[in-house]
Design a protein around this ligand. Structure first.
Ligand code: ATP
Length: 347
């Protein structure tokens, strides 16, 4: 794995600020149940993503990562709470301000095929956002498309191809080019490499990083894969059942996880060192994710947590600092390993 990219994310002003964001959905089913029951997809999430950061959002399937991503790009409205991008409340934008927001904030999907029309050549798919956003002469647009293809490492003749004539990695490059076409400030990428072969994942992530340096993009990358986030992001947020349970610099969270859930996720990453594989069993994550319709009281992780006490059932833990910029929502945060233990690794 490469070293973390250097940037000034720690000191940069926030680009994205979420304050107590809640998203609930009515439960599909018989009428009488629908009125009463709700899916608690995102519950009371507060978060700041600094300008220029690469923020990774991790957690098991169903924990609310994609919902949070859709809320940030404005595809959904929060049930309550506020979302600010570049200091503006995104739920209040109207008219020209809203159109500018749609340009500043772009979404990259896991499966680029889903956002590309199979009947349209790549040139037309790339030209579409340009045509919508700006009035441009045809020749000028063609040149912009060629530049975009070049930027994402695709040959000029990719213009004339259809999506089915391209590989998954090439298509994800097209997806990234499409997002970049309007020069966004923020790109939310939902599982951008999980549909790709392992051999091309790093290439696509490296491309995203190069483009970040060239254009000052801020990224929020959603992934169930902690290795992808460690490789790409400088900050990470760990979600569990709609809650953000731990946030902080990747270097701090990955080496000194303070939430038992984060520790369990990290322990589940395959490791070539057999001593660490043994350690994995003691920190493994038992049981299933509880229902988001009826989440546990107090700490939502308590039903699977080896450290849970009665307090965890009655009182929800508030986020607290455990290291600079590193916060955890747990009544019993894990202690930091001593420097000696860190270098030796678990026995
Ligand atoms: N439109 C919707 N209507 C009802 N429930 C929804 C809707 N979208 C998401 N949910 C529910 O909200 C919860 C969070 O889903 P979400 O897709 O955000 O999680 P996720 O962590 O992104 O999972 P995955 O990695 O599988 O996409 C789940 O219980 C899901 O079933």
């Amino acid at each position: 794995m490469a070293d973390q990219p250097e940037n000034d994310a720690g000191t940069a002003p926030p680009l994205v600020s979420l304050d107590r964001v809640v998203k609930e959905y009515p439960v599909a089913g018989p009428m009488f149940r629908r009125a009463a029951q709700r899916v608690h997809a995102v519950s009371d999430v507060s978060l700041v993503v600094p300008q220029g950061a690469s923020f990774g959002l991790v957690g098991e399937s169903g924990c609310g990562k994609s919902t949070l991503g859709r809320l940030i790009v404005g595809l959904e409205r929060p049930t309550s709470g506020t979302i600010q991008v570049a200091g503006e409340d995104t739920t209040r934008l109207r008219g020209a301000d809203r159109r500018r927001f749609w340009r500043d904030v772009q979404l990259v999907f896991q499966d680029p095929r889903s956002s590309l029309d199979p009947r349209m050549k790549i040139a037309a798919s790339l030209g579409e956002p340009l045509a919508v956003q700006r009035e441009q002469a045809r020749e000028q647009r063609r040149r912009l498309i060629l530049d975009l293809l070049d930027e994402v490492g695709l040959p000029a003749d990719a213009m004339r191809r259809y999506p089915h004539e391209m590989s998954g990695g090439q298509l994800q490059r097209v997806g990234i080019a499409r997002a970049l076409a309007v020069r966004p400030r923020l790109v939310v990428a939902d599982e951008p490499v999980s549909g790709l072969d392992v051999s091309v994942r790093a290439q696509v992530l490296n491309l995203m990083r190069t483009l970040q340096r060239a254009h000052g993009i801020t990224y929020i990358v959603i992934s169930h894969d902690l290795t992808t986030v460690r490789y790409f992001a400088d900050h990470v947020g760990v979600m569990y059942l709609g809650k953000l349970v731990e946030t902080g610099p990747v270097a701090s969270v990955y080496t000194r996880p303070a939430h038992p859930y984060t520790a369990a996720l990290l322990a589940a990453i395959p490791h070539p060192d057999p001593r660490r594989e043994r350690h994995k069993e003691s920190a493994s994550l038992g049981g299933d994710l509880p229902s988001a319709v009826d989440p546990p009281s107090g700490c939502r992780f308590r039903t699977r947590c080896p450290l849970a006490t009665e307090l965890c059932a009655v009182e929800e833990p508030r986020p607290r600092n455990v290291a600079p910029g590193h916060q955890v929502a747990c009544h019993f945060p894990l202690p930091s390993p001593s420097p000696a233990a860190e270098t030796q690794g678990p026995r």
